[in-house]
Design a protein around this ligand. Structure first.
Ligand SMILES: [Cu+2]
Length: 121
């Protein structure tokens, strides 16, 4: 009899453990962004630059990540930089050494526009 009670207790404990694991709240997927990251990310997706405005300090780098099936470019309005053709999955980085406001667009879809604001250090 004692053995049976013990088995029941073990079964209940195991069952309870499974139930707890299933009902436990999910861990948040978003990790906190690292402070003062030297690289800002701009995604190119759905025919847009996301975010379309990024503010950085002079000397910092922006990494463009091309998520669209359609090729795009990152081309400065003043021609100070140009990624050239970016196929899906490609990344392109550019370091901005001088303060200023840099407007850019996609050479294939000129309605795709973005701005990088570079502040003096
Ligand atoms: Cu484009």
């Amino acid at each position: 009899m004692r053995r049976l009670v013990l088995s029941l207790a073990v079964a209940l404990a195991l069952g309870g453990g499974v139930a707890l694991a299933q009902s436990g709240s999910p861990t948040p997927a978003m990790a906190p962004a690292p402070a003062a990251s030297p690289v800002s990310i701009v995604h190119v997706k759905n025919f847009a630059f996301v975010p379309d405005k990024v503010t950085i300090n002079a000397g910092q780098t922006v990494r463009f990540v091309q998520d669209d099936d359609t090729p795009h470019t990152v081309t400065a309005t003043d021609n100070s930089f140009d990624s050239g053709n970016l196929d899906k999955g490609k990344t392109w980085t550019h370091t901005f050494d001088k303060a200023g406001t840099y407007a850019y667009f996609c050479a294939y879809h000129t309605y795709m526009k973005g701005t990088i604001v570079v502040k003096a250090p």
